[in-house]
Design a binder for this molecule. Sequence first.
Ligand code: AFP
Length: 343
Amino acid sequence: MHAGMNIGMTVFDHILANQQLNPQATGAFTRLLMALVVAAKVVHRDVAKAGLVDILGRAGTINVHGEEVQKLDHLANETLKRLLFSSGEVCALVSEEEGDVLETPRQLKRGRYLVHFDPLDGSSNIDANVSTGTIFAVYSRQTSPEREVAMSDALQPGVNQAAAGYIIYGSSCMLVYTTGDGVHGFTLDPSVGEFILSHPDITIPHKGYIYSANEANYAHWDAPTRAYLDWIKNPDEGHLRPYTARYIGSLVSDFHRNLLYGGIFLYPADNRDPLKPKGKLRLLCEANPMSFIAEQAGGLATTGTERILEIRPENIHQRAPLIVGSPDDVRLYQDFLARAGGS
Ligand code: AFP
């Protein structure tokens, strides 16, 4: 790189510019976000060289959801824990890979933020080199800093999120985040090791023509959901139907594509599997952050009958049906449910 070459706005500049807009800001939130950015770079490095250093494949253990833990899941989880705890800005972490809320160890400085995260979402696809991602949601604690962190701090509704974002480890590595002031995307420039603003102020198209769902579960969805799927596949040139199906099985990738192109992602309730009466996706580390981002980009996110961000969580690993995407598409899905009397 030539001295003085303009590389564009880095994510650090962007976060700092936001901090400067808030006269009450202490820099704590900025330090926390910067710790997440560093963690993203470390996980990206590990994911990128996975095939080289024999860390691909399964770790041989089962996580709290009864799923096999991939080695990279474990590495990513440890990286996020280490960097977030050492930022000095968190009082607790909730990871998809851990059974309990993890309080910041006594010997470390405690801050006022809690972070929920899925360290490596979509990891069952890793061996096939399919894109994976890290998802995070940041909350301020509600209880006094002198006291132990309470379960109520960890179980806040999604509307309380101070920030949410994801990192997508794809053909390029991107960070997309919101602090409630629009959605901004940054692409990692490997030549300088910085995330550079590449997608300012992302807005989702009002309507899309992509639908993303694991249709193998069709028989186990409720009748209005099946009727909606039938409708979007039913040819009608005037309404540009059928839609196009795109499903990767890696939420960050499916969500990111629909955010940019428009469309609808559905992971509805599944009446077959006793583990999925509310679908598969976790409310706190998957549905809430994606819903905050979707709404900030002009989209909608619902269970079908309830706004995701208003759900009052009852436990840290609870699941929720997630229907998210372009507002016109999500509204139409809700109409199908409403006409059937809800579900
Ligand atoms: P893994 O992390 O086990 O690969 O699960 C990924 C995921 O939680 C989410 O990223 C996908 O959208 C969803 O599961 C895919 O689930 P199905 O395999 O049931 O379609």
